[in-house]
Ligand binder design. Structure first.
Ligand SMILES: C[S@@+](CC[C@H](N)C(=O)[O-])C[C@H]1O[C@@H](n2cnc3c(N)ncnc32)[C@H](O)[C@@H]1O
Length: 174
């Protein structure tokens, strides 16, 4: 996470782990003055993925799970869809979600991508509503001035893509 925080200093990066000791080194590095490699854009939270989303619902631009162990690994590989969804909903619409897993000595990257769908929308009284939810005005003298358009919107359906995180080996599987 520190590498990512260094590469993208404009973003705030939050590390989550139920074992405080597992974050101790990284948190000491981040707390150092910036001239000594410290990162003011990093925070650490002691907590388990099972407690998500909590206050993080739809707040994250990006979610990364790096080489999970224990119950977090179980959630990923079973997969425990309900708990996985609780993690995914921490992402804003369109957020990226990547997981790196170790299988033996080989790492596998997994990306969870929210699929979009083409939806017909109707512009009514200054805002768009889904055509499927639109109720036309009743009454003999009511003129309906609304108009329709189509847009790609997040569908709420997820797709998992497995890929090689190594530059020298290229493969991916939707
Ligand atoms: C191999 S370490 C990876 C640490 C770090 N992500 C990295 O890349 O250096 C696996 C971590 O998963 C954490 N972990 C296990 N179960 C978890 C859970 N339910 N929620 C969050 N973290 C968990 C463990 O405490 C451990 O620190």
């Amino acid at each position: 996470m520190l590498d990512a925080a260094r590469a993208q200093p404009e973003r705030l990066w939050l590390g989550l782990d139920p074992v405080a000791g597992a974050m101790a080194n990284a948190s000491r590095t981040a707390a150092a003055p910036p001239r000594k490699g410290g990162l003011p854009n990093v925070r650490f939270i002691r907590g388990a993925a099972e407690s998500l989303p909590g206050p993080f619902s739809r707040r994250m631009d990006e979610i990364r799970i790096n080489y999970p162990w224990g119950s977090l690994l179980r959630i990923m590989v079973l997969p425990d869809v309900e708990l996985l969804r609780n993690i995914v909903v921490c992402g804003k619409s369109g957020a990226s979600f990547t997981i790196f897993l170790n299988y033996s000595t080989v790492a596998i990257g997994l990306a969870i991508v929210e699929m979009s769908e083409n939806v017909m929308l109707r512009y009514v009284s200054g805002k768009y509503v889904r055509e499927s939810e639109y109720v036309p005005p009743r009454g003999r003298y009511h003129v309906d001035n609304s108009r329709t358009t189509t847009r790609d919107l997040p569908s709420g359906r997820m797709r998992i893509v497995a890929y090689s995180p190594y530059d020298r080996v290229r493969w991916s599987m939707p």
